[in-house]
Design a binder for this molecule. Sequence first.
Ligand code: SAM
Length: 306
Amino acid sequence: MSASVEGEVKPGALYVVATPIGNLGDLSPRAMAVLGQVDRIAAEDTRTTANLLSHFGIRTPEGGLVALHDHNEARVADGLIRDLAAGGSLALVSDAGTPLISDPGYALVRAARAAEVPVYTVPGPCAAIAALSVSGLATDRFVFAGFLPAKSVARRAAFEQLRHEPRTAIFYESTHRIEDSLDDLVAVLGPERRVCLARELSKRFEQSITLTAGALRDWQREDPNRGRGEFVLVVEGVPDAADDAAAERVLRLLLAELPPSRAARLAAEITGAPRKPLYALAMKLASEDEGEAEGAGGDGKETDGR
Ligand code: SAM
């Protein structure tokens, strides 16, 4: 590991640099060094980046800031790659967070790779990862699904895909649609699915709360401020069918020796499956067993099968 930021920039290399998602204190010392040393900076919005640079007193060479956004990326990327191939260094930034994550830069990085230009990361803030890490939902497997669609029909279709999705899902959402999106989420996935709403992360009014979808929708409506700002929605996955089967096997073994509530509690501890459904299943299996025993025993008299 090295903490050195001097002489960081190599000629002919592209640096993908993350910038703050709200709190300017999150710009890393290495990001500052790279932004101060590269020949050019490709920025989603040159005014936003100029403000950031001036806040930190970072100077760029004359004409060093180049606009690279969704509408010109394919065209501008070619020229930037030529400069890189000629030995110039370049940093790529977006307005906030990690470039390419629901932000421009894909065409440039792809073209750099194709031209065998070295691409280095200067990692840092990303709203999706920040929200996931505070959500309290499973982080071992997750899908990032970008922005939720603007129209309800498409949004419901996006939620529909999560009906059996075992991984945690992360969405970006804009201010104007958060209420409608929570309505759609409840309509498709039901009020019981757990969801984290994270807003204004790293900013003054940062808030993140994880509740069942129904409760979250009510919470969000209690205060108009909760509909303001930038949002990430993190949606809990459903347990794997394979995990369910494993939990059921463990439960059946324990039920042979223990009462349903203890068997369910132990099975939940052993497998990590939620206790409530295991308890319901334990009660069902126990009553089936009783039914079978009664059926086999008939009127309680011993029979020898004759
Ligand atoms: N590249 C950025 C990143 O790494 O997170 C994302 C850019 S995307 C155009 C902007 C969206 O990210 C916002 O609409 C919001 O959904 C989410 N976002 C960005 N900053 C956020 C913050 N401070 N708190 C919550 N969500 C944020």
